[in-house]
Design a protein around this ligand. Structure first.
Ligand code: COA
Length: 335
């Protein structure tokens, strides 16, 4: 991908928001269900607990609350929002949950749609929305990442159930002709390696009448080859970030914050080491929330913004990665 030069329309970051369900599932509690321990989970992943959605916290509810937060921070009149992109793999309605969020917000002038790219979903949605703004069609966009993987985890599979939790995050972004704070991006997918992480259709055949078969809807729980996914992440994420620095003419020491998809603390540490970015600059909230899929990046960013860690004009290198397999990177300046 060629370097993107600022010409006329750029992107400005105006606000962030997040929401997590109230139910807390600690490692100790998981070990009452499967043969594992707090010590094993913490040492292999960095996770201590995760949040689990109840019936009042589906993706639409969580996404709405995170979005409302971001709108308030941006100080926007809701009617001025043009675009809502919801990154999720677990919509409340398979036809799309973004329009329900639009309705709950009362954002009647926006167009809203879902985008699915698993744990890369938020990054892909941020890139998508930014391109709409830069294209000049829309002025204000809400980018939401929300997932409820607890509904699709096999709670008897100790190799995967320990990793995931539920939550939502959102960023409010706006077109401007004064500067461009969306500095560059890169995106990749490799379906050949897609078999390492799936949430597949149950694929149960039935028949409507004689000789006319159909496949009934519904999904099997998450299937994961943890070691292969781990190897993929620690190899590809540093490569795509190094490429990002090259195409944007930035170097890793100019980065104030490295914001990676929160999958595993060991992945964060390894990527940081390979890029020579010190631990203090790597955002992490895995301990409290685990892997919330499309929500991790805006959730950890919102926390850092609220704590005044991420400040105006800070340079943020971000990378999402996961099922597909899919991965991507973006370099942004906050504000
Ligand atoms: N508690 C206790 N033991 C467990 C366990 C658990 N929750 N899960 C697996 N084990 C056991 C295995 O059965 C295995 O035992 P064995 O050697 O007797 O067969 C042993 O621990 C090692 O298993 P392994 O799969 O090699 O562990 P690991 O060090 O690779 O850690 C993951 C497993 C899942 C934590 C790690 O592979 C990982 O994080 N991968 C990336 C997954 C990911 O991020 N997915 C989402 C991407 S968006």
């Amino acid at each position: 991908m060629e370097e993107k030069k600022f010409n006329q329309i750029g992107v400005s970051f105006k606000g962030s928001g997040s929401y997590v369900p109230h139910q807390i599932l600690s490692n100790q509690k998981i070990s009452q269900k499967v043969d594992t321990s707090d010590e094993w989970i913490k040492s292999r992943t960095g996770i201590s607990e995760r949040r689990i959605s109840s019936s009042e916290d589906n993706v639409t509810d969580m996404g709405y609350k995170a979005a409302l937060n971001a709108i308030q921070k941006a100080n926007w009149d809701i009617k001025t929002i043009d675009l809502i992109v919801l990154a999720t793999s677990t919509p409340h309605d398979l036809f799309g949950s973004a329009p329900s969020i639009q309705a709950k917000l009362g954002a009647s002038n926006a167009v809203a749609f879902d985008l699915t790219a698993a744990c890369s979903g938020f990054l892909f949605a941020l890139i998508t929305a930014s391109q709409f703004l830069k294209g000049g069609n829309f002025k204000r966009a809400l980018v939401i990442g929300a997932d409820q993987l607890s509904s699709f985890v096999d709670w008897n599979d100790r190799r995967s159930c320990i990793l995931f939790g539920d939550g939502a995050g959102a960023l409010a972004i706006e077109a401007t002709n004064k500067f461009d704070n969306f500095i560059g991006f890169d995106m990749r997918t490799d379906g050949e390696r897609g078999c390492f992480l799936n949430l597949p259709s149950k694929n149960i055949k039935d028949s409507i009448i004689d000789n006319i078969d159909f496949v009934s809807g519904g999904f099997s729980p998450i299937q994961m080859n943890g070691q292969e996914v781990y190897k993929f992440a620690v190899r590809e994420v540093p490569i795509i970030l190094k490429k990002l620095f090259k195409i944007t003419n930035y170097s890793s020491d100019q980065v104030d914050w490295l914001v990676l998809h929160q999958a595993n603390q060991r992945i964060l540490d390894s990527v940081g080491e390979k890029l020579k970015i010190p631990k203090e600059k790597i955002l992490s909230n895995l301990e409290k929330y685990g892997n919330t899929s499309a929500a991790t990046i805006p959730l950890v960013m919102d926390e850092a913004i609220r704590k005044n860690r991420i400040k105006q004009n800070d340079i943020i290198a971000t990378s999402g990665f996961g099922a597909g397999l899919s991965w991507g990177s973006a370099l942004i300046k906050w504000g």
